[in-house]
Design a protein around this ligand. Structure first.
Ligand code: PRX
Length: 654
């Protein structure tokens, strides 16, 4: 915090800037600020115009926006279907032969899927789901690897009006169980196994474990991916290829209301229970398509690759709904960037002639670590736009990306948004915005953002503070599944009529945003948000553990890594074997991404007199910094002991 105590310190100073090149501007969709001005002058008229441009409606809306803080309803009374907008209308317009996905599996198998083929498969699967008894409004769980059946399943759900809840394929049985139970899903769609770095991820086995405690799930659909052995429960489990066989490739889309639920997606909060973020039909689709179209400067011959996983919101919006809505050709890749070799991404870009690449800063930092000789082996001259998302990108990584991937030629768009926002809120428009490495630049047209102090007042240029959004936008979350009160408290209590994003940022003299991470203690490991409390709960779930506190420690590769301080129950011995066991325990309970990188044992944790763990001090210890104020500690001696133990544990990471 700054001296005045009401903003956030700013340390970064970056002076390089890159205006759009003349060559880029000649083809660019947007080259000035006219959209920004039109949207600011009359936001509702602006969004109404975009809704007519981007969406095919079965029935027009009556009102653009009902806003009863904090609940928004967009395009009230309108009727549409998301899968119709993503598929049928492109086929009806004669573009059925256009490729929707160039898909490539990790082992090297490929599938080319046109819009007409995708429509036919979505309809067959939608009919099969209906045959399993899925009705409009029923929730469907999806736990799949990055295979074409994943978008097919989502679109089939959208077609019949069944909201989906996708669980990232790297998550554990426990995560599947909790999410299915929270949504009371009736069907789970999974696969036998997935490929990861040559190994097999046992998705069906995890599903079976989860389903022992999921009473609402009546049917399971299993996609055969690896051909590995799995057990099928008679009456409950069905092979995907069996149930789509003989189904019609025609399926009437449900006429959904603009505000019908399209999906829930879970994001970690600061308490142990993940939040099911709700996104609805019209506003979400419009906002995804609009931002995708303009931020990536989509052209008729664009070959677009978002290298995220569909299990995260980036994949929902920018692998599935927005690119298909815009009728774009995408690349979809199942595996890791280093399988079989460290040039896999660059060989994909060369092979498919990718023009837009969208990925996370953590991937870029990994590529930097591996070295520029891998991209240098390939012709990457097809690339026109590079994007990043998920965490702040440091200027050096931004520069490396532009130079070694973009040939010192392409714009790099740093896009800031959240699961809750549905789509990108703050980002350059590559033909219009002068770029500064490390800055997400400016709010998009129609987005009203601010950086404010504790009292909710905009900070002065050059200062840091809390990022808020001051007006509703079509892609905004509509709440938290089953918990309106938590929605209000989490996002709308702190600053009243402004949406509290929970991120800190500095705003510079040009009004540019420089993001500085979360203002609370949620950790961001390789672009994934993980709450300290969830990891602590997992640790304390182990027999040997009495208490745990978890903090983020900066990490050259993953941005942040997890450090855990653990107090054992009486009768348990501290040992390296136990550290290994605890790390894999967390991976089992929450997923490998949450595995602590360091664990230090301690007889006690630093606490306030009222019993609150002082994470600020633990962060100082983990980062080996000068300790801050220790006067509120219940037991001041504890921190020196902890510091010694933390340094000892440093060498034991695995
Ligand atoms: O802290 C911000 C960071 O990621 C958070 C949102 O995470 P999630 O809901 O998982 O969505 C990730 C994909 C949209 C934000 O609150 N974040 C995301 N993009 C950026 C970012 N931080 C800085 N710069 C970004 N471009």
């Amino acid at each position: 915090m700054s001296a005045s105590g009401n903003t956030i310190d700013t340390l970064l100073e970056e002076r390089r800037s890159f205006p759009p090149s003349d060559e880029f501007r000649r083809r660019a969709r947007v080259t000035d600020d006219s959209l920004h001005r039109a949207a600011a002058a009359d936001p509702e008229a602006f969004w109404a115009e975009q809704a007519l441009r981007y969406i095919t409606w079965f029935q027009p809306w009556e009102r653009v926006l009902d806003w009863e803080l904090p609940f928004a309803r967009w395009f009230v009374g309108g009727k549409l279907n998301v899968s119709f907008n993503c598929l049928d209308r492109h086929v009806d317009a004669g573009r059925g032969d256009k490729v929707a996905y160039h898909w490539e599996g990790e082992p090297g198998d490929t599938r080319t899927i046109t819009y007409a083929e995708l429509l036919a498969e979505v309809c067959k699967f939608a009919n099969a789901l209906r045959a399993l008894g899925v009705r409009r409004g029923d929730r469907v769980g999806i736990y799949l690897p990055m295979i074409p059946e994943l978008p097919v399943a989502m679109l089939a759900c959208a077609r019949i009006g069944a909201p989906h809840s996708v669980v990232f394929g790297g998550f554990s049985a426990e995560a599947v169980r909790d999410r299915m139970n929270d949504a009371e899903a009736t069907v789970l769609i999974t696969a036998d196994e997935g490929w990861r770095r040559g190994g097999r991820v046992p998705l069906k086995r995890n599903s079976d474990d989860a389903l022992q405690q999921c009473p609402s799930i009546g049917s399971v659909v299993v996609v055969r991916r690896t051909g590995g052995d799995v057990s099928m429960t008679r009456g409950r489990d069905h092979w995907y290829h069996d149930i789509i066989q003989g189904q019609s490739s025609v399926c009437e889309p449900e006429h959904m209301d603009s505000e019908d639920l399209l999906f829930t997606l879970y994001t970690s909060g600061t308490t142990a229970r993940p939040k099911g973020i709700k996104h609805t039909t019209a506003g979400y689709l419009l906002y995804g398509m609009f931002t995708h179209d303009l931020v990536f400067d989509i052209q008729p011959d664009t070959v677009y690759w978002c290298a995220a996983d569909v299990g995260w919101v980036t994949g929902h919006t920018y692998i599935v709904y927005a690119p298909l809505g815009n009728g774009v050709t995408s690349v979809m890749y199942e595996g890791t960037p280093d399988h079989p070799a460290r040039d896999r991404w660059w060989s994909l870009i060369e092979h498919y002639g990718v023009t837009v690449l969208y990925c996370a800063p953590t991937a870029i930092r990994t590529f930097m670590k591996w070295g520029s000789e891998f991209p240098a082996q390939h012709d990457l001259s097809s690339l026109r736009v590079l994007g990043t998302v998920g965490e702040p990108i440091n200027p050096e990584a931004w520069m490396w990306y532009r130079e070694h991937i973009g040939g010192n030629r392409t714009p790099v768009v740093d896009t800031w948004w959240q699961t809750e926002t549905g789509g990108i809120l703050i980002s350059p428009l590559p033909g219009a915005t002068t770029l500064k490495p490390g800055s997400a630049t400016l709010p998009l047209p129609g987005v009203a953002a601010a950086v404010v102090d504790e009292a909710g007042r905009p900070v002065a240029a050059g200062s840091g503070g809390y990022v808020t959004i001051t007006k509703p936008w079509p892609g905004m979350l509509r709440g938290i599944w089953g918990d309106d009160e938590r929605y209000r408290q989490t996002y709308w209590e702190r600053f009243g009529d402004q949406y509290f994003a929970g991120d800190g940022a500095r705003i510079d003299e040009d009004g540019y945003y420089w993001f500085m991470g979360r203002v609370d203690d949620v950790m961001n490991v390789a672009g994934h948000r993980i709450s300290t409390t969830e990891v602590e709960s997992a640790l304390v779930g182990h027999l040997a553990v009495a208490e745990a506190a978890v903090v983020a420690k900066s990490d050259a590769e993953t941005g942040q890594a997890i450090s855990a301080f653990v107090t054992l129950r009486a009768g348990f011995e501290e040992s390296t074997a136990l550290i290994t066991e605890l790390r894999s325990h967390v991976a089992k309970v929450i997923g490998a991404i949450a595995r602590p990188k360091w664990i230090a044992f301690t007889p006690d944790l630093p606490k306030t007199r009222s019993g609150k763990i002082m994470r600020r001090l633990l962060r100082d210890i983990a980062e080996n910094r000068q300790l801050g104020d220790t006067t509120t500690l219940a037991d001041a001696g504890i921190v020196e002991d902890l510091r010694r133990r933390a340094t000892e544990e440093e060498g034991k990471e695995g």
